[in-house]
Design a protein around this ligand. Structure first.
Ligand code: SF4
Length: 267
């Protein structure tokens, strides 16, 4: 599905590839990422600033990971991102129910009623701190929701296993068709993912997964000072309007009819 000019982009910023859990079906491939790292404050702030120099408004601005609360400068990052709040409709942060927010982070997150914290609950054995975390956000008056990722009523019907990356020997048309059915061209058709200064449109990329070939025309390096503002803007919209990515040829996609799993299996 094509993104139309004038539609709002959603920006998800991965602040770390480190995680306190090892979910086999992690959508951002944290346990598989060979570069397990907190992305630098300098790269994150410079690239977000560059993004907003070129894009006027964002629908959802989401802080994700890995587990964002593992980043030692998360509060400072929230303070920096908050300066763009007038150009953001909803400011989300994901967390996996294992780490209680510090007082400093709670203070930082109070800056706007647009803040919405999504506490993902992977069950009492994994997300052990959910009640404590929910209490901390309630006591600070910070809006939060708990999403259940196990058992009955699992969020979005359950986990999807997108880990079979064998060559599928598809034609170009078949690659287009798998992409058309994938959530990255339907539900998330306006999504741009920022990883350590580079923007992507899907988590199956060479920045997170070593075996995915590096295709410089399938991401944009916002830290590259040789790119002009107009080039960046055009490249972002061109990226979002691709018919498929090279590696769709090896992937079954996050599709509406993909098999669902209701237990967050750990590696
Ligand atoms: S690589 Fe897979 S998950 Fe990414 S857009 Fe293509 S089909 Fe979807």
């Amino acid at each position: 599905m094509e993104m139309k000019k004038g539609e709002l982009l959603n920006l998800t910023v991965l602040v770390t590839s480190k995680c306190s859990l090892k979910c086999k079906m992690c959508a951002t491939y944290a346990p598989y990422c060979s570069r397990s790292e907190n992305y630098s404050y300098e790269h994150l702030t410079k690239s977000v600033a560059r993004f907003f120099e070129n894009i006027d408004r964002v629908g959802m601005f989401t802080i994700s990971g890995g587990e964002p609360l593992l980043h030692p400068q998360l509060s400072e990052l929230v303070d920096f991102f908050s300066t763009y709040i007038d150009r953001i409709e909803l400011f989300e942060i994901f967390t996996n129910g294992t780490i209680v927010p510090t007082d400093r982070l709670l203070e930082s997150l109070k800056f706007s009623s647009k803040v919405d914290v999504l506490v993902d609950n992977y069950g009492p054995e994994l997300s052990r701190k959910v009640p404590e975390i929910a209490n901390a956000f309630s006591a600070s008056g910070i809006k939060h929701r708990i999403r259940k990722y196990y058992g009955d009523d699992t969020h979005l019907g359950g986990w999807i296993d997108v880990s079979d990356f064998t060559e599928k020997h598809r034609t170009e048309k078949e690659n287009e068709n798998i992409f058309k059915r994938c959530s990255f061209s339907t539900t998330w058709k306006n999504l741009i993912i920022l990883i350590d200064g580079t923007v992507h449109m899907c988590y199956v990329n060479s920045r997170l997964l070593d075996f995915v070939p590096d295709k410089p025309d399938e991401y944009i390096n916002l830290l590259d000072d040789s790119l002009s503002d107009s080039e960046i803007k055009e490249k972002i919209f061109n990226l979002r309007n691709r018919k498929f990515l090279t590696y769709c040829s090896h992937c079954n996609g996050f599709c509406e009819d993909s098999k669902r799993y209701t237990y967050p299996e750990q590696l």
